[in-house]
Design a protein around this ligand. Structure first.
Ligand SMILES: [Zn+2]
Length: 218
């Protein structure tokens, strides 16, 4: 999923969380929404793994490659647990918002993120070189270049190295629907979420939505 979609999903999810969570004041509710918006997309979201600083510090490969450890479900679950344990209402609201924002990002990436054509790894050419002698090497190299070109045309170059969905284990076992990123469906989903957020967030922050939900479920 792209940035605007992540932010819209994070905002709508915050309204949803406020509707079913314990009642809070206007300020703490606004903090939940703010933290969710900030952590649903961009540098302070799971996509921190796409920043230059992250790559410089971690190397950006293996478990630290895009859509691996930062996209693991344990982070939002841990933040949710932390939110329940914090005595300070404002810190608790920030932790809840961060849990919702981070979690919504994972949901978005689980839905939108088509399995990409895998770029050839160093080991691949070594293996195929060993299998085919002589002219096989050149053939393998041009085949992998064609492979990249077709993949790039279909999915966009940036997608070539990304596994579909989000990981069940810190860096493996990716699951997701694999819907195309940046496609028409994502565009309209984002628009619907933005429209829903404009209505739901004021209702949730003011306490009207939680009151309605509570009365309906009782
Ligand atoms: Zn992501």
């Amino acid at each position: 999923m792209m940035g605007p979609g992540h932010r819209a999903l994070g905002t709508a999810s915050a309204a949803g969380a406020l509707a079913v969570a314990e009642p809070r004041g206007v300020v703490t509710s606004a903090l939940v929404v703010l933290a969710a918006v900030v952590t649903s997309g961009g540098t302070l979201s799971p996509d921190v793994d796409q920043t230059r600083a992250w790559r410089r510090i971690t190397g950006g490969s293996g478990a630290c490659a895009h859509r691996n450890v930062t996209h693991w479900w344990a982070w939002p679950v841990g933040l949710l647990v932390l939110s329940g344990r914090l005595d300070d209402v404002h810190l608790s609201a920030l932790a809840l918002g961060a849990s919702v924002g981070w979690g919504s990002h994972l949901l978005g990436d689980a839905l939108f993120g088509r399995r990409a054509v895998r770029a050839p790894r160093a080991g691949d050419s070594a293996r195929s070189d060993a299998r085919r002698a002589g002219g096989g090497r050149r053939r393998a190299r041009s085949a992998s270049r064609a492979h990249l070109r077709i993949g790039g045309a279909l999915f966009g170059r940036g997608l070539l190295w990304r596994p579909a969905g989000v990981p069940l284990l810190p860096s493996r076992g990716h699951v997701g629907l694999g819907l195309p990123v940046g496609g028409r469906l994502e565009h309209w989903t984002t628009r619907a979420l933005v429209a829903a957020s404009w209505v739901l967030v004021p209702l949730a922050v003011s306490g009207l939505l939680p009151a309605v939900v509570e009365r309906t479920w009782r």
